[in-house]
Design a protein around this ligand. Structure first.
Ligand code: S3P
Length: 190
């Protein structure tokens, strides 16, 4: 891991990253409720800026144009967060683009890699009623996952998500960063 864990006063912006199906958006929402912080989903920001869905951007303009729109949306979010910190769920490919990772590090973002087995991630994507242009079949999914995993491992923290529910993962993120409420079982302990 690139950094040692940061304590609460240093955590200004949390970026959740990981492959498709990792639960970045659901965990981000749960974490925002837990901490009473604001939450933004980068894919939602792209769609509202571009006035079309991710699926339409890929279909009509291709991945290169999607990546351009993704970086523009990320820049915008980071600029807003300098005055009001919060939590951002990145799309699965965002942090693997070196220029995006550089923007996040420059903004002193705390990055959390939501990790999971490729089998579990693929199962979740298949179950969700949502079109993901880069989730085509099991073989292509695994190849992309293998290519990207080294980039995800550069995150400040890595959290295992297999067989855990969203609330438990959100709580684990907060505990790992030393922010938010402690579990009752932990109070009173040294
Ligand atoms: C992508 C993941 C998607 C979305 C786009 C590209 C990727 O987000 O940004 O379809 O490159 O892995 P999720 O990770 O939220 O599915």
């Amino acid at each position: 891991m690139a950094d040692t864990p940061q304590h609460s006063a240093q955590v200004k912006a949390i970026f959740l990253l990981g492959f498709m199906g990792a639960g970045k958006t659901s965990v981000g929402r749960a974490l925002a409720r837990l901490l009473n912080w604001t939450f933004e989903d980068l894919d939602d920001r792209i769609e509202s800026r571009e006035r079309r869905s991710i699926e339409e951007i890929f279909r009509d303009s291709g991945e290169t144009e999607f990546r351009r729109a993704e970086t523009a949306a990320l820049r915008e979010l980071i600029a807003e967060m300098s005055s009001s910190p919060g939590i951002v769920a990145l799309g699965g490919g965002a942090f693997t683009q070196p220029s995006n990772a550089a923007l996040i590090w420059q903004a002193q973002g705390t990055t959390i890699f939501l990790d999971g087995s490729v089998e579990e991630l693929f199962r979740r994507c298949e179950q969700e009623n949502r079109v993901r242009p880069l989730c085509r079949d099991a073989r292509q999914f695994r190849e992309l996952y293998d290519r990207r995993r080294p980039s995800y491992l550069a995150a400040s923290e890595r959290i295992e998500t297999d067989r855990k529910d969203v609330q438990a993962i959100a709580l684990e993120v907060a505990c790992r960063l030393g922010i938010g409420r402690k579990k009752e079982s932990q109070t009173g302990q040294p």
